[in-house]
Design a protein around this ligand. Structure first.
Ligand code: ZN
Length: 274
């Protein structure tokens, strides 16, 4: 809002509010945006609509995905915080990627960039060649505002995530504008995309090696406990957020018959070498 004031832009002129994806720290203020931008339409990826329109579904199905068979969930305090700072929002337009928005002096293109969530969108400014990528690509650690490592890259759908990174590389972006990193330009943007792709190969290799070396079926949290020092600098409990990426990689490895999963007698899913 200070930017709008300083540059004399009337909030009533804002037509589109584009939510990149269903995560409360990216979407929870969209309802407040409706008050600030009274003529706006709230837009988001169609595949993320259900969770955006129902915060409880986001909490149970996105953040709570690991609760039943992996013994990992947000704390009650964490859920309370999410409910306190974020709200559900109605999505006026669901994008699927490939749409163009004519803003008069420039055209905006919508890209479907899944992986972190199924409906994740990125936004291309065709005039500048800048791409707003949100959390579509996450490097090898997600930093705090001061640059210190906060938690692991929380991509979930591995092959979609890899395809997204390759799609963004193919665009040869002049700059990428992530949500949790500073803007990156030209070669440093491509380096970041390459780093992000290489990191997925590292996680997959470490997951496979850790399952193969285990003498008994190994659960998701046990695997992370044994291997997180090879994957990044996060101490416990932040390293537990590797559940998103590591489960994604275990699913890929299982598709290639390199690992097999079973449900142990304690109800927890575990993996053995395939
Ligand atoms: Zn996110």
């Amino acid at each position: 809002m200070p930017y709008f004031r300083e540059n004399g832009i009337d909030p009533a002129a804002v037509r589109y509010v584009i939510v990149t994806h269903a995560d409360y720290d990216h979407s929870g203020g969209a309802t407040a945006m409706r008050d600030v931008f009274p003529n706006s339409l709230v837009c988001a990826g169609e595949r993320d609509r259900a969770m955006l329109e129902d915060l409880e579904l986001m909490i149970s199905d996105r953040y709570g995905e690991f609760a039943h068979t992996h013994n990992f969930d947000e704390t009650e305090e964490g859920k309370h915080f999410i409910r306190a700072v974020a709200h559900s929002t109605t999505i006026d337009i669901g994008f699927t990627g490939g749409e163009s928005l004519d803003l008069g002096d420039r055209t905006i293109e919508i890209l479907h960039t899944p992986g972190h969530s199924w409906g994740h969108l990125s936004v291309v400014d065709k005039t500048t060649g800048f791409i707003v990528v949100g959390d579509a690509v996450l490097g090898d650690t997600v930093p705090l505002a001061d640059g210190r490592p906060a938690f692991p890259p929380t991509y979930r759908y591995v092959e979609a995530y890899r395809a997204t990174i390759r799609l963004l590389k193919g665009r040869r972006p002049v700059a990428i504008l992530p949500a949790h990193y500073p803007a990156m330009f030209a070669e440093s943007a491509l380096d970041f995309l390459d780093l992000s792709l290489a990191y997925t190969d590292l996680v997959e290799l470490v997951a496979l090696e850790t399952v193969t070396r285990s003498s008994r079926p190994i659960s998701l949290l046990e695997l992370i406990d044994k291997s997180h020092d090879r994957l990044g600098p996060w101490p416990s409990p932040a390293c537990d957020y590797l559940v998103y990426a590591v489960l994604g990689h275990l699913e890929v490895l299982e598709q290639y018959h390199l690992v097999q999963s079973l449900i142990r007698s304690d109800g927890v899913q575990a993996w053995v070498a395939g």
